[in-house]
Design a protein around this ligand. Structure first.
Ligand code: ATP
Ligand code: MG
Ligand code: MG
Length: 432
């Protein structure tokens, strides 16, 4: 089966049957949102071709011209096989993909026709479908860390029964953890959309109403003082053995209503010692997984200065956007390309600025609610603070991530925060 080229593409390019990316290595990417878009922005100057599987004109497709894009869903097995047939490697910008078909492609390959002959094509998949499948289920993900043989602290958790048994199961969680505790969807969650904070037994009915149709688990409340995140590059030998896990600096992430709004590098009021521990822990966590690529490790910093793992994302991540400008020789996107293609990556990742703040631009009540903020980014020049605007060309909807602003400084993060106040005030206003 062949998927048709993008509508209109044939007409536009009728005199150009040529392959504009001829000879370039092709990474097939499942998903074409802003992460894929920024991956394409990193790939373009490197002469790497990215074939995107997503809907027509998805944000990533707008950023990279190729005749290999596939129109369809990254959950559709037929589309994923079509993408595989067009690609030298496969990777993802989102973990919620069909891993059965990825496993099938790794084991059995896909047929492709070369010079009239059908051969079996097996593009390497990074990170491994094993990692994607494990991470898709947040409960199993953490059970894995618990039984990995490494010291990886996680919140106590129990699986919640579905259907009529859910209520008893929630009662058990309340007894075991006390209140509040967090009820979470095991799969498919992002931006906190599958989470429900349970404050008392009185919330059980509402919690079941909100999430009851999904496989669930309960997590003990983590009384954190801060949330930290560390991006890690994972590389492997050609025989699939772990080569290295290299950590970026630790950052502080601020979540409001469970959605990441701000990122501070370095974390404010956190010792270098704790930042080093966070990086060490992140590399331990990622060493237990499979495949090459960049990974995000989200964690909680508790009152007693200990760290606890919240969850892992097997791809570039919102908390790593700052690396585009702060670690320009190896941003998280370039690192993803290098890791997937098994190109060299540095064994130290040292930022070229002293501090950085990333502010998410979330859609507001009106389609133009963010215009003041983007206008300020366009008009601010400051000797001590550089301002970088990234818009994803997504339709604005309330609380949707439609862009971000990175600020970098040659000053302390506190001084940068003071300079950034007009930006931060506008970011906060959009949410009101
Ligand atoms: P993401 O967009 O990062 O994938 P998600 O939907 O998977 O988000 P989580 O990371 O599980 O959601 O939780 C979102 C936020 O909710 C966390 O960043 C944290 O602020 C809060 N949170 C999650 N688990 C707990 C917990 N056990 N105790 C206290 N707060 C929690
Ligand atoms: Mg998550
Ligand atoms: Mg999270």
């Amino acid at each position: 089966t062949t998927t048709k080229p993008e509508e209109g593409q044939e007409e536009e390019e009728e005199d150009d049957d040529d392959d504009m990316n001829e000879g370039n290595t092709v990474i097939g990417l499942l998903g074409g949102g802003q992460l894929g878009r920024m991956l394409c922005e990193a790939a373009n100057p490197l002469g790497i071709d990215i074939a995107i599987l997503d809907e027509h004109n998805a944000p990533a497709k707008q950023a990279h011209n190729t005749n290999r894009h596939v129109v369809g869903s990254f959950k559709d097995p037929g589309c994923i096989k079509e993408l595989a047939a067009r690609s030298d490697y496969l990777s993802v910008e989102i973990e919620h993909v069909d891993t059965e078909v990825l496993e099938d492609i790794e084991k059995n390959g896909v047929p492709v026709e070369i010079n009239g002959e059908v051969v079996t094509h097996r593009p390497p998949i990074h990170p491994s479908w094993r990692t994607l499948r494990l991470i898709q289920d947040k409960y199993l993900q953490k059970e894995h860390f618990k039984s990995s043989g490494k010291t990886i602290p996680i919140a106590e958790q129990i699986a919640i029964e579905s259907g009529d048994a859910a209520l008893d199961s929630l009662k058990k969680a309340g007894k075991q953890f006390g209140f509040p505790f967090m009820l979470k969807a095991r799969k498919g969650s992002y931006d906190g959309r599958g989470n429900f904070k349970v404050d008392s037994e009185d919330d059980f009915a509402e919690a079941i109403k909100a999430l009851g149709t999904l496989p669930l688990y309960a997590e003990k409340w983590a009384p954190f003082v801060k949330e930290l995140a560390v991006m890690v590059i994972r590389t492997e030998d050609s025989d699939g053995k772990l080569k290295n896990c290299v950590a970026y600096p630790a950052v502080e992430t601020i979540h409001e209503d469970s959605i990441c709004t701000k990122v501070f590098m370095p974390p404010r009021d956190v010792s270098e010692d704790i930042c080093e521990k966070a990086r060490k822990l992140a590399t331990e966590v990622i060493s237990t997984l499979w495949g090459r690529g960049v990974f995000a490790v989200e964690m909680f910093l508790l009152e007693d200065a200990s760290l606890m793992i919240n969850e892992v994302a097997p791809r570039p991540h919102n908390s790593g956007h700052y690396t585009i400008e702060a670690v320009p020789y190896m941003s998280q996107y370039k690192a993803q390309l290098h890791a997937v293609l098994d190109l060299p990556v540095p064994d130290k990742l040292i930022p070229r600025v002293q501090s950085s703040i990333m502010l998410n631009i979330l859609g507001g009540a009106k389609p133009d609610s963010h215009h003041h903020l983007s206008g300020l980014a366009r008009s601010t020049y400051d000797d001590d603070m550089d301002v970088y605007l990234h818009l994803y060309n997504k339709e604005s909807k309330p609380s949707r991530k439609i862009g971000h602003i990175t600020l970098t400084g040659f000053c302390s993060v506190q001084e940068l925060e003071a300079k950034a106040k007009p930006f931060i005030d506008l970011v906060d206003q959009i949410r009101l």
